[in-house]
Design a protein around this ligand. Structure first.
Ligand code: PLP
Length: 475
């Protein structure tokens, strides 16, 4: 039942004191046309309503949640405690700068650590999400070419395995996208890459390990080829779990990078909450970074970089996400960061190895932090699709993996266990995946009906995407 349907006129829980300031004049054009009709409920009812909703949702605290390319790992509660400190939560972006020196130090220190982890020289924490970071990074590349009066460079190369936000970001920055196919090994096809290189190329956007969970062994050659033709290399570091503390994108030949602090660095995500798409770059691009940057040692203040591309977000980004990231890095330390990475890779390989005798792996190689299975064969033989298996997993107490992505693998299930799961949890998941495989052979009909234990069954996802109902119509 929707909260609107529970509303009863006259019920409520907040009594505001009479207004003791002059009401501000609202320009006619900004006034609502319809009455603001909010639901009226008591505090008890509101509290119960949201608790009920929370029980229907699944999150990392409910169980295994191996959503590939999303890194749904457990976020240590201490990071949440740090982000809840009043010195961080009760500040205002316009208060005197001398009173928030500690917060500026948090920003500077987080930038320093993230630069160290990624092999970059400068970093901005302003962008609010991964895609926002991509757009920022591509704008840096654009500003660089413009500053050299190199106006021919209108194309960005993106492999066909890329995350969908990559071509979207490049297009938004007014570039056209050149797609390069992956070879049979799942990595960039070098010959095909060479064919598209030229003096019209602004740069390359790459995820490494890529979205099929493989580390591109030719990475140094790829980035050199792009540099040799005058282009820059952009690293989509949304999923840094696979390399953090072990390899630096800066050493792989990348000039610009974005990170998803809300995947790798301890901010819970999903549902559109605040995120941070931190963007790092090599020194020669630092002058183009968004305004404002924190500078200074003793008296920290903000400065606009010389040739800044401008503001990407109001004020300084989602600051509390940065606090969590810093707390995360500091609690893990120099040994803990690579250890988390190793365990993420180990867990993915363990699961892959225990499933590959029955499920077809898209690429039968050692994987990084995630692996992709193709259920094409299974669907052909039994009629059971990746969607059926995913839905049946819900009935078995686990969240499905990412489905039907990356697009280059048919009937794809993309599993990212993350480092925060125990061997027991992985063994249990392996048992369930194997059991469902058996079920697909014996009883495929049953799997078409799944899920049967959830608050809702199969939803019409296409209709939901094409005809979203975003507004309640009061009767
Ligand atoms: C999640 C992800 C993004 C986009 O991040 P958002 O914060 O959702 O905008 C980009 N690239 C890759 C590889 C990702 O996994």
């Amino acid at each position: 039942m929707l909260i609107f349907e529970k509303s009863r006129a006259g019920r409520g829980c907040t009594l505001f004191p009479p207004c003791d300031v002059e009401p501000a004049a609202v320009p006619e054009k900004d006034k609502r046309e319809l009455e603001l009709h909010l639901p009226e409920l008591s505090e008890t009812e509101i509290s119960r309503h949201y608790t009920e909703l929370a029980k229907k949702a699944r999150g990392v605290n409910d169980g295994f949640y191996p959503l590939g390319s999303c890194t749904m790992k457990y976020n240590p509660k201490i990071d949440e405690d740090m982000a809840a400190l009043p010195g961080f939560t009760e500040i205002h972006p316009l208060q005197p700068i001398s009173t928030v020196q500690g917060c500026l130090e948090v920003i500077q220190t987080a930038e320093k650590y993230l630069c160290e982890i990624t092999g970059m020289d400068s970093m901005t924490l302003q962008p609010a999400a991964g895609a926002h970071g991509e757009f920022t990074g591509i704008m840096l590349i654009k500003a660089y070419h413009e500053s050299r009066n190199d106006s021919k460079r209108k194309k960005i190369i993106i492999p066909d395995s890329a995350h969908g936000t990559n071509p979207a970001s490049a297009t938004m920055a007014d570039f056209s996208v050149v797609s390069v196919p992956s070879g049979p090994d799942g990595c960039v096809d070098l010959e095909k890459l060479k064919e598209v290189l030229g003096d019209d190329i602004a740069g390359l956007m790459l995820t490494n390990p890529n979205t099929v969970g493989l580390f591109d062994k030719n990475i140094l050659e790829i980035t050199k080829l792009v540099h040799d033709c005058g282009g820059l290399n952009y690293y989509d570091g949304a999923n840094l779990n696979a390399v953090m503390g072990v390899v630096k994108p800066g050493d792989m030949g990348f000039d610009v990078i974005h990170l998803n602090l809300h995947k790798t660095f301890s901010t819970p995500h999903g549902g559109g909450g605040p995120g941070s798409g931190a963007v790092g770059c090599k020194a020669f691009l630092a002058d183009f970074l968004p305004s404002l940057m924190v500078v200074g040692e003793k008296e920290k203040h903000f400065e606009k970089p010389k040739k800044s591309i401008g503001e990407m977000k109001n004020f300084y980004g989602n600051f509390l996400v940065v606090v969590r990231a810093l707390a995360y890095i500091k609690t893990l330390g120099k040994e803990g960061v690579p250890e988390a990475c190793h365990n993420a890779v180990l867990n993915a390989n363990y699961m892959m190895d225990k499933l590959k005798d029955i499920y077809t792996m898209a690429y039968d190689e050692v994987c990084m932090h995630e692996f992709v299975m193709s259920l094409e064969d299974l669907k052909h033989k039994t009629g059971v699709s990746a969607m059926d298996i995913a839905k049946a997993l819900l009935d078995n107490g686990m969240h499905p993996p990412t489905m039907y992505f990356p697009l280059i693998v048919h009937e794809a299930l993309m599993i990212e266990p993350t480092e925060t799961e125990s061997k027991d949890t992985l063994d249990d998941a392996i048992r369930v995946y194997r059991m469902l495989y058996e079920e697909a052979q014996k009883n495929p009909e049953k799997l078409h009906e799944a899920p049967v234990t959830m608050p809702v069954g199969r939803l019409d996802e296409v209709k939901a995407a094409r005809e979203p109902v975003l507004r309640y119509e009061w009767k």
